[in-house]
Design a protein around this ligand. Sequence first.
Ligand code: ATR
Length: 279
Amino acid sequence: MTVTGATRVGAVIGDPVAHSLSPIIHNAAFAATGFDATFVALPVRPADLGAAIAGVRALDLLGLSVTMPHKAAVISHLDDVRHEAAALSAVNCVVRDGGRLVGTNTDGAGFVDALTAASVDLVGTRVLVLGAGGAARAVVRALVDAGVAEVGVANRTTEKAEAAVLLGGRDARVAEVDDAPDYDVIVNATSVGMGVAAAAAVVPLPADRLRDGHVVVDLVYEPVETGLLAAARAVGAQAVDGVGMLVHQAAHAFTLWTGLPAPVAVMDGAAREALQPKT
Ligand code: ATR
């Protein structure tokens, strides 16, 4: 695509941000749809966040993705925050609404869409979420909205599990990793396994807790095939990798910025190609 005087600019801000896959995913989507925009990663130090958001207004950027460590702090610099982001105290996407900048959070919707795409029906299921950080909190909220029967939250630090459970209301409770056999779906929302080859078998719960019939979802997407997913496949469980949530949360952002349906297959292909191990 040729960049012209009319080309809009979208960006992801974070610190660090050079590793972000958002430019690859969104530029693939712009190319596939012919939407005249380009997407870049902009490192923003925490002390410069307010100035960066003022820059978004001044430069009339198309929209922003927001990643660590700015997801909570950005809220005070925006004109409004949608209810998903307010409930989580975390914004991962900034949208222009006329002259206003509005924060939203597409992680929960992206998670549910990824499971739908993997033919997983969440209604009435019991789901165990491992972890209680930002990703886990978005997942807990989305699961309850999706009509699951129960959400258990197991976390190394119990106080954080208790806080995450509050997002799930009466259908959520603190759980232990050893409870896994009692659940239908296991979601790894910890960072355990990130950057570790599957063969090293670094997993967030004892592998003997997994069984045939489980759906095992890993939000870790680098590597795509984690030790947890390999262990799940080994016992005959359904394994769902983390690329789905990554792509579907980006798909929601793309639609919010452009008003177009997202070319999800193209975005998924671009992400998977970028994540292929380099030989
Ligand atoms: P994210 O925004 O990706 O969710 P985060 O907010 O830093 O990241 O959360 C990371 C999660 O992984 C937390 O639940 C963390 O557990 P603690 O709350 O006890 O810190 C979990 N985690 C990270 N390393 C872990 C490990 N080695 N074992 C178990 N849990 C771990």
